[in-house]
Structures are given as structure tokens and as C-alpha cells.
Design a protein around this ligand. Structure first.
Ligand code: NGS
Length: 256
């Protein structure tokens, strides 16, 4: 059954001295305009998630951030759609939790290894995961915004969120980069010495490649107004406040 798994996800590790139920943490000097939503798109990566949480909470608390960690899990067995999942989990977070000023989209398999990696939002969108061991600690290409991306919420709304059309692996982050450029914003990056990450090794998994991603990317700058937060449909299957994060289980439907 699921009982051992449930027990595991409700286990509170010894380093979590303060209760951080729902993944919420608010230091006493939590100033307005500075609240951060850390959003992790997720499916079937239990050990990755446990590792990520054990890295993130201490770092975020040490930085005295006012934050919530939300895990958006795609329900069912349909092809993964990470971008649509992030849109839906974002909307549920602002509906159910509170007002956020900054959203950080965070891959589940990227562990920050320097406690000074900045998890707040500066004036512009900031691609945070610039130094990953897998890429020899350098950017694979200049336009990359995948991995860990921080955006002021007003900018995420301005680009109409992510596309909902990227079913399967690849391209949804490049589409976001095109959106950011289309509305005249710039992507900034932190000092690469601070923004170091270890990518957790995946067991040989068969991810379904998005075969139409280049076709979609060709029209990103034209499509973004009509495809995103304003065209999103999903159904929330379950939501739960767990000891280290808020969990949203979301049905995104099927690819066309
Ligand atoms: C590009 C993908 C991105 C992806 C990046 C790094 O080729 O979505 O590789 O991937 N773009 C397209 O497929 C169009 S990684 O090596 O981290 O798995 O984020």
C-alpha cells in the first residue's frame, strides 16, 4: 500500500528545528514586497525531492527569506507537461496561500551547493542555475533559462506565464526565454561562483521527447499572448499542507 510512502513524506528531519508546516517560513522582519514562492514541478522523484528540501530550507532560512515551498505534482500517467504544471501550481499558490512578489521555478534534481546562492528576486528575471556540475560549471548556451529561474511575479504575469503546449521533454524553458525577450525584459544572472549546483543523477529513464518543440519555438514571440495563464485549464485533484512543503496534485488532461 501507500502507508510507508505517506509516512516518509510526513517525516520531519532533525535539521528542521522550527516547524515549517506547508513549507512556509516567515522571519520576524519579513518585509512586504519580499515574499518568495519556490515552485517545484514534480512527478515520481521522491528521493530527489527529499534531498532538495534538505538543501533548500536551511539555505532559505539562513538568507532570512519569507518563503513558501510548493510542490506541483502532475496527476496520472499522461505525458509530463512541466510548463503547464508550473502555471497551474502557480495559480493555486496565489489562490490558496497568499500574495507572492517573487516566484522561483526549481527543477527537482538541482541541489544548490553554495549557501549564498541568491533566492530572492532582483528587478529583472534571473536565471539562477548557471553553474551546474553536469555542464562543467559553465552555461551550455547563452539563452538557457531552464533549471532554476526567479521572476518577479509581475513579470511572470506580464509574459502570460509559461506555454501550456509543451508535452514531453524539452523547449518549454526556451519558450519562456523568448517570452521574456518579447516583452522587452532582460535575463540577469548571479555570480557563477555562488550559483553552483549538483545535478542528481537520473537512473536511465525513458522520457518522452517533445518532437514538435522546434515548431512551437518558431512562433513563441507571436503565441505568448494567447497561450499561457490566460488559456490554462486543469483540475486540482488534491491539496495538502505537509511538514516541509505544500502539495498540489494537478490533473492537466491529455496531450491533443
Ligand atoms: C535544450 C532544451 C532545453 C533544455 C536544455 C538543457 O536543448 O529545454 O537543452 O537540457 N531545448 C530544446 O530541446 C529546444 S539538460 O541538459 O539540462 O537536460 O533545458
Amino acid at each position: 500500500g501507500n502507508s510507508s510512502r505517506d509516512a516518509e513524506s510526513h517525516w520531519i528531519p532533525p535539521w528542521a528545528s522550527d516547524p515549517i508546516t506547508g513549507g512556509h517560513h516567515a522571519p520576524s522582519d519579513c518585509s512586504p514586497g519580499k515574499s518568495v514562492l519556490i515552485l517545484v514541478p514534480y512527478r515520481q522523484r521522491e528521493q530527489h525531492l527529499a534531498a532538495l528540501l534538505s538543501y533548500l530550507h536551511p539555505i532559505l532560512q539562513r538568507q532570512q527569506l519569507c518563503y513558501s515551498i510548493v510542490v506541483g505534482e502532475q496527476y496520472g500517467n499522461a505525458t509530463f507537461n512541466k510548463a503547464k504544471l508550473m502555471n497551474a501550481a502557480f495559480l493555486e499558490s496565489v489562490r490558496q496561500l497568499r500574495r507572492f512578489d517573487c516566484v522561483v521555478f526549481h527543477d527537482v534534481d538541482l541541489l544548490p551547493t553554495n549557501p549564498f546562492v541568491p533566492y530572492n528576486c532582483p528587478a529583472y528575471p534571473r536565471h539562477i542555475s548557471v553553474s551546474i556540475d553536469k555542464f562543467g560549471y559553465s552555461l551550455p548556451y547563452k539563452q538557457l533559462v531552464g533549471g532554476v529561474l526567479a521572476m518577479p511575479v509581475r513579470h511572470f504575469l506580464k509574459v502570460n506565464g509559461y506555454s501550456n503546449l509543451f508535452w514531453g521533454w524539452g523547449g518549454e524553458d526556451d519558450d519562456m526565454e523568448a517570452r521574456i525577450r518579447s516583452v522587452g525584459l532582460l535575463v540577469t544572472r548571479p555570480n557563477p561562483r555562488l550559483a553552483r549546483y549538483r545535478m542528481i543523477r537520473h537512473q536511465a529513464r525513458k522520457e518522452i521527447l517533445n518532437e514538435v518543440r522546434y515548431k512551437l519555438l518558431y512562433l513563441s514571440s507571436k503565441r505568448y499572448r494567447l497561450d499561457g495563464l490566460n488559456s490554462l485549464s486543469y483540475s486540482l485533484v488534491a491539496s495538502e499542507s505537509r511538514p516541509l512543503y505544500t502539495h498540489f496534485l494537478i490533473d492537466l488532461g491529455q496531450p491533443p
